[in-house]
Design a binder for this molecule. Sequence first.
Ligand code: KG4
Ligand code: ZN
Length: 345
Amino acid sequence: MINILAIESSCDETAASVCRDGNILSNIIATQKIHEQYGGVVPELASRAHMQNIVPVVDAALKQAGCTIDDLDAIAFTQAPGLIGALLVGAEFAKSLAMATGKPLISVHHMQAHVLANLIDEPQPEFPFLCLTVSGGHTQIVLCKASNDMQVIGQTIDDAAGEAFDKTAKLLGLPYPGGPLVDKYAREGKPIYKFSEPQIPGLNFSFSGLKTSILYFLNNAGTSNVYKEALTVDADVRKKFIEENLPDICASVQQRIVSILLNKLKAAAKQTGIKEICIAGGVSANSGLREGLAQAGKENDWNVFSPKFEYCTDNAAMIAITGYYKFLHKDFAGLDVIPTARAEW
Ligand code: KG4
Ligand code: ZN
């Protein structure tokens, strides 16, 4: 029996999980509400909140799993990428625990863990599979040949898909993080406004042009079909236009973001000949993306997989499952390991 305790603290969720032989026994998350009032994550406040949360969160994860520290075989933690101050809290906690108990330490790459979240529950994809990882910080297509053999074959050259949703929401006056709200309004509207799809070579993505088109579109209050300049209409006219057309605007933006994502995913599937297709990351909760993926799956004869929502957003269960596979490969870290904000693959 192999019990792994995993700790995740890369951004604004303090999370801990215990997995036994690859089965998740607990998955505890303390979400930091303090950032809402600032419209985004404030790194310094995130680090402080992690300091407050980490002991109770680890305690709760052990209790829910019916484990004590003595029962653990290894301690896994998120080493990168993320906010450096936030990562330091989880890393130093994990290292101290490993040092005090003499148990092995496992360092986990957060983005690889998002991909391996697809291996938590049944049914599971077979290797090799492709994973579209879409979150607030990343947009990637990953070719996963084995749990320890992954390669990024496409990624965003500017904003992440989640950022595109959140920035749209901000322009529309919706609170942060606005992605889920854009999704909610989109379900009530029709995609009647056309935003152009960027022409980016290969499997890479770009979302910054879309953000600018949305800004100009709103500044024109939808009065023109050519949104090349910020022809600022009266602020009240802009506000009224948004109020009266919110569902259709959200449906139109969402449709474009989803089509950008799915067209690249289709290209990646064609290029690699792989039909095992997964999604991961917070944006994979989006209803338009899930519907579009199911549809593309039928049309292209794919086997489509998506983790449970609680394993899509940042969580420690995905760190635990990755830690479990690393344990099987005896891939341990030394106590001198340090977290890094960026991480190459
Ligand atoms: O993976 P995640 O929880 O955190 C990281 O960024 O690592 O992803 C959060 C992102 C945010 O941008 C949020 O707006 C977006 O996922 N998101 C959604 C939906 N649910 C979460 N975007 C669109 N539709 C949703 N239903
Ligand atoms: Zn993440």
